[in-house]
Design a binder for this molecule. Structure first.
Ligand SMILES: Cc1ncc(COP(=O)(O)OP(=O)(O)O)c(N)n1
Ligand code: TZP
Ligand code: MG
Length: 232
């Protein structure tokens, strides 16, 4: 344990604990979520977003269309992600993730069992689970073999109707107790991300703030760079 001056600890009693925690965990990274509907030029928009800065993962989250249509849309996006070494995650469907040979799948509480996903997708698949604002669901997901747990929605969002509004402290609680990475999601922007990063989020999952950025998706991703640096 590093020694801190009494002055430092008096100013901020949590400083030493956060310092030790952050030494153990890699910096917070961006997890980009697609818009719920896309059109053909979207591949160019994704390329622009990935030009804007480091993105750890891209989730194809298309709503209201069937798996065949999603599979067609996925092809150029998956190739782009492979070229840029960005993990390609499929939302909702274990079967579609298998069919596409995706790097992983994100499962909501009604989207299937992480154990079944592991069996079908194998040991190297990244399996994520929505845990809303629930410590219990997160521990269950961890026991079921998830590779990350996702908490949210932290802020109001128009991308999805949401019913749960966790406090950032659920992230600090999680990272204090568990090594498994945690994702923060829901209405996150470059302007409101700091408390989530400070609380210990390993990933910020972001959609609207990137795709609806006034200066385009490249600027949308670039805007997150200052917020992603953990401030102890
Ligand atoms: C990273 C991440 N976290 C949460 C969700 C939400 O999943 P779910 O609750 O199944 O809702 P839909 O996204 O399917 O509408 C997510 N997709 N990704
Ligand atoms: C998929 C999802 N799950 C909880 S909030 C949300 C929407 C995320 O998109 P945005 O970053 O635009 O709020
Ligand atoms: Mg889902």
């Amino acid at each position: 344990m590093t020694d801190f001056t009494e002055e430092e600890l008096a100013l901020d009693p949590g400083f030493a604990a956060r310092f030790e925690r952050d030494k153990r965990r890699p910096p917070c990274q961006l997890y980009l979520i697609s818009p719920p509907l896309i059109d053909a030029p979207f591949t160019d928009r994704l390329a622009a977003a990935l030009d804007g800065g480091d993105v750890a993962a891209f989730q194809l989250r298309l709503k209201g269309i069937d798996d065949h249509a999603i599979a067609r849309a996925a092809e150029p996006l998956q190739k782009l992600c492979a070229d840029r070494e960005v993990a390609f995650i499929v939302n909702d469907s274990i079967a579609l993730a298998k069919r596409l040979g995706a790097d992983g799948v994100h499962l909501g509480q009604s989207d299937g069992d992480p154990r079944e996903a592991r069996q079908l997708l194998g040991p190297s698949a990244q399996i994520g689970v929505t845990c809303h604002d629930s410590r219990h669901l997160a521990m269950e997901a961890g026991e079921a073999g998830a590779d990350y747990v996702a908490f949210g929605a932290f802020y109001p969002t128009t991308t999805k109707e949401t019913r749960h509004r966790p406090e950032p402290s659920i992230l600090s609680w999680w990272v204090t107790l568990f090594e498994l990475p945690c994702v923060a999601i829901g209405g996150i922007t470059a302007a409101n991300a700091a408390p989530l990063v400070a609380a210990g989020a390993d990933f910020l999952a972001v959609s609207g703030a990137v795709w609806n950025h006034a200066e385009g998706p490249r600027a949308g991703v670039a805007a997150f760079a200052p917020a992603l640096a953990r401030v102890a």
